[in-house]
Design a protein around this ligand. Structure first.
Ligand SMILES: [Zn+2]
Length: 445
């Protein structure tokens, strides 16, 4: 028998989604999201419910449920949750990563926090809205999307490009946010309003080959690239206090000295050095274009002076920066070294941002205050990529959110992402069902 409460239904649905094992290995044949599209369709089906399936290649199914609004011109709101997960090996886990076991009030398994718990709770909220014969003024969309974990090629990107008629919206909520941030006073719940961009580069240095037994005044590509890496590691660009950062700092409850330190680029660098590593690293990434040299290759043989060497740099950009701004920063850091490099870039994946204001923002803040009294909702930026970016680029106001109980701390939450022992407690599932239902009613009323 299906339990009639939100927590029970969200728990069962989440267990099913975990057991469906929609593991995305980055190949077209992996994922198998059709399994979870089937499960969600079976759960959501009912008289008058419009469900559509989209499948760019066999097995990579996304599911769309629409409730058409009664009023033209009223906003369209979409709740989007991905159904795929990254791989997990059972080794190092306390419970089967695909067992969906309920242990001591927690559902265990790959995807519990990223993001099947959200996808499931959004479905339960949708079902509750449908059961009540809800007639929203604006159109509501529930969108269970495939292939988030491999760039959205067979999921959000494809749907936005090919089926905007089905998923196009003014307002959207997806992952991630809503775990208590250990910064500022009180309970601080971040909402992702922005995502950093990326601009990966390969830098190649050239040298002249010669015998390794006589290195004096040789032109050695490995030495050149070592200089380049060393400069990049030690001479990164200064903090940039962009709009999202400023509104983040403004919404925290801080003492005046702390607020002042975070509002001045130079004092911010000093402050970061004094903070615990986890939060310091997060705040640093929020305020800096980051350059991380993560691969180096070069030379051919121990007794040959290297003719060629290459470094691969993971570069993450802030809103407003493109490939040209990245090149000019690198030129500044590398000085004369820059002129001797061959540079190849992977192309721009620009940062995106939505304003932290308006109907959806107010609804999420209001519902959160009711559900977690005394909490503060703050705008935040995601360092990696989520499917929200495809929508923001179409003009949609998109937020990443969830609502987690105090049972899991921020650091542990971050470790569980793509890590071991991923799990979510039932209180969090219950909070999210309430949050989504309440936000949808308010935004589309
Ligand atoms: Zn995710």
């Amino acid at each position: 028998m299906i339990p009639s409460d939100g927590v029970g239904e969200a728990t069962e649905l989440l267990q099913q989604l975990i057991r469906d094992r929609c593991v995305n290995e980055g190949t077209p044949e992996s994922g198998h999201e059709s399994r979870s599209a089937d499960a969600l369709a079976a759960y959501l089906a009912g008289p008058g419910v419009e469900l559509r399936r989209f499948e760019p290649v066999p097995g990579r199914t996304s599911l769309v449920l629409r409730v058409e609004g009664t009023e033209r011109g009223a906003p369209t709101l979409c709740f989007m949750g991905h159904t795929d997960v990254v791989p997990a090996a059972a080794e190092g886990w306390s419970h089967d990563p695909f067992g969906g076991e309920l242990v001591d009030g927690e559902v265990w398994g790959r995807g519990a926090v990223d993001m099947l718990g959200i996808t499931a709770s959004m479905a339960v909220a949708t079902k509750r809205l449908l059961r009540g014969g809800w007639r929203p003024r604006g159109t509501f969309i529930y969108f269970a999307v495939a292939d988030e974990e491999a760039m959205g090629t067979y999921g959000a990107k494809w749907m936005v490009d090919e089926h905007w008629d089905a998923v196009g919206c003014d307002l959207l909520v997806t992952e991630f946010g809503g775990t208590r941030l250990p910064f500022g006073r009180g309970t601080v719940l971040p909402v992702a309003v922005s995502e950093k961009g990326s601009h990966w580069m390969r830098l190649r240095a050239r040298g002249v080959p010669g015998h390794g037994s006589m290195p004096y005044r040789t032109d050695n590509a490995v030495v050149h690239i070592a200089d380049v890496i060393s400069r990049i590691a030690h001479d990164q660009p200064p903090a940039e206090l962009h709009e999202v950062w400023r509104s983040f700092v403004a919404s925290l409850d801080l003492d005046p000295a702390e607020r002042a330190a975070l509002s001045d680029p130079r004092r911010l660098e000093e402050r970061l050095e004094a903070l615990p590593l986890g939060i310091a690293r997060t705040l640093h990434a929020l305020t800096h274009t980051t350059f991380s040299p993560n691969i180096v290759q070069g030379g051919t043989k121990t007794n040959v002076v290297a003719e060629s060497a290459e470094a691969h740099i993971d570069i993450r950009t802030l809103p407003g920066q493109d490939g040209e701004s990245v090149r000019s920063m690198l030129r500044g850091m590398l000085g004369e070294l820059w002129d001797h490099l061959e540079v190849a870039a992977e192309g721009d994946n620009l940062a995106t941002a939505s304003p932290a204001s308006g109907r959806l923002w107010d609804a999420l803040v209001g519902a959160t205050r009711r559900l977690v009294p005394g909490s503060r909702v703050v705008p935040f930026m995601v360092m990696g990529a989520t499917d929200a970016r495809f929508f923001r680029r179409k003009g949609t106001k998109a937020y990443g959110y969830g609502l987690f109980s105090d049972r899991v701390g921020f650091d542990e939450f971050m470790r569980m992402f793509h890590g071991r022992n991923e799990r979510i407690d039932q209180a969090s599932l219950g909070l999210m069902v309430e949050l989504w239902e309440s936000a949808a009613r308010e935004v589309l009323a």
